[in-house]
Design a protein around this ligand. Sequence first.
Ligand code: UD1
Ligand code: CA
Length: 416
Amino acid sequence: MEAIVLAAGKGTRMCSELPKVLHPVFGKPVLGYVLEVLAGAGVKDPYVVIGYKAEEVRAYLKPLGAVAVLQREQKGTGHAVMMAKAALKNAQGPILIWPGDMPLVKPETLKAFCAAHQKSRAHVSVLSCDQENPFGYGRIVREEGHFTAIREELDATPEERRIREVNTGVYLFDKKVLLAALEKIGQDNRKGEYYLTDTIEILRREGYCVEAFPLAIAEEGQGINSQKDLANVTKKMSEREIAKHQDRGVTFMAPEQTFVAPGVKIGKGTTVYPWCFIEAGVEIGAKCEIGPFAKLRRGTVIGDGSVIGSFVEVNRSRVGKKVSAKHLTYLGDAVIGDGTNLGAGTITANFDGKKKHQTVIGKHVMIGSNTVLVAPVRIPDGAKTGAGSVVIPKTKIKKGDVVVGVPARPVLKKKR
Ligand code: UD1
Ligand code: CA
């Protein structure tokens, strides 16, 4: 099966300079999620039609193995597919078409859709879903139950606008039938574009078998056309992730007030308090407490039994087991040993204006409240810093030392 992803549009309704498909959701462009869904259903190296700010989109696609096809002028979805004609020269099986702004369809839905298409022996199948509010989507028009056409919002009659079954924009086409139908579509519609959706009525009239399968649930059919849609999709992705973690024994006190990116790992028995933001790739151990108001950023690993409390941000850091960072702390580029306690207001000053530097804190260290650790800096096992100390680079600290002051130095131990 060959796939064509349509990603040439500007995304006018986003009111943004960035091409629509490059808008990030949890740091990854929407288009990246689309390619992942396809890969998840076994579709590799799709053709991606690009146009608006093509070079930016091409640069994003390059390492991902997708093949870019240029649509110089954006004259509609039908025109976009025509641009991939040459690329399809050697294609044998059915052609899958996918809009670049539809990241929520699940791979299993795509598999079910492929199976339904095969079984029905249709020349073209459309993946549809029921939307409570179908505004803006193409409507699936049926006559006596038989699928006859897709009508776009602007071109629909008031009656057609009441139809709730909508086109997700995902199709499977027989290649020859697709190419022939594309020759026949015109621009006679309110937008003056070549609509891919017009092929349905044409093919139906010519006696081909066209089918619409309502196999997607409403949330999967959510496309991204506006900033509001982008926020809805972000929320939905987070909800899906949180549900997966809940099924594995993670407690979320306020799932609606928490954002968890796809691809986060959280161990059993961990509690996430309200208002946390957890980015992609973060790994949290078992029986931890996170938040309220914690931000865990990329490259962060938290060991079992640790507490990352209120107003704590952790970035690119490895935190050991049973570490306490309960209040008002920033850990950036830090490595923290097991059993260490970070007092309220501990800050790693990791950026000198040019470079980021590492802070290494040993096991069972006590960092006093309001300590600033100016990286690169190393605090050995069992050491302590006094409240308000500023530990500067190259400070010589031995195991078990107590350092205090600004800049911090070891407290001399009294001879007995
Ligand atoms: C389209 C469908 C609509 C469907 C909806 C589902 C048409 C005419 N309408 O409407 O039936 O319900 O998707 O989300 O197909 N694109 C190009 N080149 C172009 C125009 C668009 O590559 O010349 C790309 C866009 O980048 C986008 C996708 O095609 O990723 C869909 O285009 P968009 O303008 O979002 O179509 P909708 O109005 O959402
Ligand atoms: Ca769209």
